[in-house]
Design a protein around this ligand. Structure first.
Ligand SMILES: [Zn+2]
Length: 243
């Protein structure tokens, strides 16, 4: 289970109190269709609070930001801050529909928090432990509570797409049974179309180099190029960079 958490360099107004216990992981929405963690921090400072009141903020694109330190009290459920941590989703889920990317990120974060920190904490919506409509009637609260592990696990093989992953796995399996005799040069008209983009990328990045006779790529080597290329795209997507 990999979860990438972006940690902004927050400046707290005043000291943060330690939290006594963690009985609940409370789910919230920002009640704003589009906002950043920095904006939420600013809004909460305008309330006279120390800074962003949630422990995590998850954007619609699935990027996860750390708010309050995990062992400190948040400011997110009146009267329950000494017993709970808070995860807020960008969006207005009284009317909007949550993007899959964001839902999966919240599920990965929940699985990580349950596995590594709070196995006994109960996942709840803000409205279940406080006087509020949060996180909004369209927030997939029951779906996330019941299925967060399945969504979290699904994402492990779905970073490019499930179809691509299955096709890749099937080809690798088939290749293992083949003789490694097919040789291609760059860009050989006989080279299969599925390999062109990846081989070009590997050449452009200097990962593979040709000789006067070309690249002499076997079928297996083509697949190594494809796997490297997809891995690079996958990692770049995780950290929000372009390949
Ligand atoms: Zn809330």
């Amino acid at each position: 289970m990999s979860v990438i958490i972006i940690s902004p360099n927050w400046h707290w107004n005043g000291a943060l109190a330690n939290r006594a216990r963690t009985d609940y992981i409370a789910l919230h929405h920002a009640e704003a269709s589009s906002c950043t963690a920095e904006q939420v921090d600013q809004w909460h400072k305008e309330n006279g609070w120390s800074g962003i009141g949630y422990h995590f903020f998850v954007r619609k694109d699935g990027k996860i930001y750390r708010g309050r330190p995990l062992d400190k009290q948040g400011a997110h459920v009146y009267g329950m801050n000494n017993r709970s941590i808070g995860i807020c989703a960008e969006g207005k889920y009284s009317t909007e529909t949550m993007p899959d990317e964001q839902k999966r990120a919240i599920c990965r974060l929940l699985a990580y928090l349950k596995d590594c920190y709070y196995p006994n904490a109960q996942i709840v919506g803000h409205k279940e432990i406080g006087d509020s409509d949060c996180p909004g009637r369209n927030y997939p609260l029951e779906d996330i509570k019941q299925n967060y592990r399945a969504y979290a696990a699904e994402k492990e093989v779905d970073e490019v797409s499930r179809e691509e992953y299955n096709a890749l796995a099937a080809r690798v399996e088939k290749l293992e049974k083949q003789q490694d005799t097919m040789i291609y040069n760059y860009v050989d008209k006989n080279m299969p179309a599925w390999a062109h983009e990846a081989v070009k990328w590997c050449v452009d990045k200097g990962i593979i180099q040709g000789t006067g006779d070309g690249l002499g790529l076997s079928n297996t080597k083509l697949w190594v190029c494809v796997v490297m290329y997809r891995l690079a795209k996958y990692i770049a997507k995780l950290v929000g960079m372009k390949v």
